[in-house]
Design a protein around this ligand. Structure first.
Ligand code: MCA
Length: 504
């Protein structure tokens, strides 16, 4: 049987204790953690977590910036058989409260801000909040604990993580990710992308998503390679680092590649020494694919994934990286295109809904049997809500979305969630949120708001209202106060009409 991801990592810790596993590039200098130290620290951390009362099956949430504490807590929580729920540090208290109560988290590690945390404790019975101001305070916390070995090896069915994903009709739901899912995903990527022990990854992505955590970070650790974490993306700095020839792997979203491309304008930049540069989380525009090729001498490798699955499809490491295509199924992944109503498989070159099956697909949604049943077919296919077609040579191309979703800077924004926040405003009668094409962000969020009669609403008031309720990346970047919203016969807002009218 393939060793589970965490067992594989432990083997690296034992066999190459002196090699740097993680390096963190902070403003005040670099900090690193060797594989041997990582094992020792994770074991101490497990002892601390046990003392805090964490048990297998419990959920422990973190809302921490990119750092060594995050990585160690993540590994320790998963290794104990508990579920790690990583949360975006930008979530305001209103969003946090929902995630913490829905997940029934028992522990919550946050970066400070006592007043906010106190409000959450009051609202969430049974939750213990622990402030970790920085990596040093984490190290101090675990120092007094003797390392403990994991109680039992984790089987593939054991839950490891809870990752929230929004829906078109409901509040965000927690995808239940097992150790088997993580292992299947990382083994497939290890093989497909040819990860090597001497790889050095420049890691600039947020750690609280699949892309940054279970693809980039796990990829490097699975290979026994080195991950260098840069907590804040800065195009000029990243370009300098990539040019330094120290790195071999880089992963980004199109907005990141667009910024690097622009930052390199007029200069003489050659990144051909990079073994692998990938793009994902949103469609890579053709002009950017070509621009990067010309400016850097690198052909970006585009791939396709989801929170519920990790990675599904990828262009090949060797062979054609096809412009506009998300490539072929990864090892162990089944992918098919079906007619949406009958769910019958469609022939090649015909657009339908993309469905995915395999050992990497999550074990449904936490506490949501009805939504799990809606998302999965009886024989285990996940309905992705993405439209795609397959070419006769096996390459898949995405052709739009069947779901109401905006992707901005590689972050998913669900219009119903923003509309719900707007409708909570007593002076808003109706609201519609759409995505408009945007060169830098892929799409930008635009809101159409129908005020109540006599309401005195303006952009600033609406923006402040939303900022208190939603993470900043979900905020509309343009506002339109309207007298009416076009509706179809069923009373549903006709967003296609709005996009035509307001995206110009
Ligand atoms: C930041 N802002 C955004 C976004 N990010 N607005 C819309 N969309 C965004 N994605 C806001 C900030 O809150 C701020 O607003 C303003 O933009 C300027 O911030 P700036 O400093 O320029 O942004 P940044 O910090 O440089 O971030 C841009 C970024 C970041 C580096 C492109 O968004 C990013 O790291 N994206 C990657 C996301 C990712 O990893 N996605 C994977 C999830 P204000 O001033 O008003 O507050 S999807 C996934 O995992 C699936 C499975 C997959 O396939 O990968």
């Amino acid at each position: 049987m393939t060793p589970m991801f965490l067992d594989r990592l432990r083997q690296h810790c034992l066999s190459q204790p002196d090699k740097v596993a993680i390096e963190l590039l902070r403003e005040d200098g670099a900090r690193s953690l060797r594989y041997g130290e990582l094992e020792n620290q994770v074991q101490r951390c497990m002892a601390w977590l046990l003392a805090l009362g964490l048990r297998p099956g419990d959920c422990a949430a973190t809302q921490l910036p990119t750092g060594l504490a995050f990585v160690q807590l993540h590994l320790a929580i998963c290794r104990l058989g508990a579920l790690h729920l990583p949360l975006n540090p930008a979530f305001p208290a209103a969003e946090l409260r929902y995630f913490l109560s829905d997940s029934v988290a028992t522990l919550f590690f946050h970066a400070g801000g006592e007043r906010g945390a106190a409000a959450i404790v009051q609202a969430t019975p049974g939750l213990r909040c622990i402030a970790l101001r920085d990596d040093e305070s984490f190290t101090r916390q675990i120092k007094g604990f003797a390392p403990v070995a994991p109680p039992t090896p984790r089987g593939p069915q054991q839950l490891a993580m809870m990752l929230y994903t929004s829906g078109t009709t409901s509040r965000p739901k927690g995808a239940r990710i097992t150790h088997g899912n993580l292992t299947a995903n990382i083994e497939a990527l290890h093989e497909a992308w040819g990860w090597r022990q001497d790889d050095v990854l420049l890691h600039v992505l947020p750690l609280f998503h699949v892309h940054g955590l279970t693809v980039a970070l796990h990829g490097a650790l699975r290979a026994g390679a080195t991950a260098v974490l840069l907590p804040r993306f800065d195009a000029g700095r990243v370009l300098d680092l990539l040019q330094s020839r120290r790195f071999s792997v880089f992963m980004g979203v199109p907005t990141i590649h667009r910024r690097l491309y622009r930052a390199a304008a007029g200069g003489d930049h050659d990144l051909r020494h990079m073994r692998l540069m990938t793009s994902g989380s949103d469609r890579l525009p053709d002009d950017l694919f070509e621009g990067v090729q010309q400016r850097f001498g690198v052909t970006l490798l585009e791939r396709y994934g989801m929170t519920e699955t990790g990675m599904n499809l990828s262009n090949p490491l060797h062979g054609e990286r096809r412009r506009g295509s998300v490539g072929l199924p990864l090892p162990g992944v089944e992918a098919r295109v079906v007619e949406r109503l009958t769910e019958q498989p469609l022939p090649d070159n015909v657009v339908g809904e993309l469905q995915i099956r395999g050992p990497h697909v999550c074990a449904g949604y936490h506490n949501r049997p009805e939504q799990t049943a809606v998302a999965f077919t009886a024989d285990g296919w996940l309905r992705t809500g993405d439209l795609a077609q397959r070419a006769p040579d096996g390459y898949f191309t995405l052709q739009g979305r069947a779901k109401d979703l905006i992707i901005s800077g590689g972050m998913n924004v669900y219009p119903p969630e923003v509309e719900r926040a707007l409708l909570e405003h007593p002076q808003v009668r109706a609201a519609a949120v759409i995505g408009c094409p945007d060169e830098e962000w892929g799409e930008r969020v635009v809101a159409l708001v129908l005020p109540e009669a006599g309401a005195a609403l303006d952009e600033a008031a609406l923006e402040a209202w939303c900022r208190a309720r939603l993470a900043p990346y979900k905020l509309p970047r343009a506002w339109h106060l309207v007298d009416s919203l076009p509706q179809n016969a069923l009373g549903k807002v006709r967003k296609a009409v709005l996009r035509e009218q307001y995206c110009g």
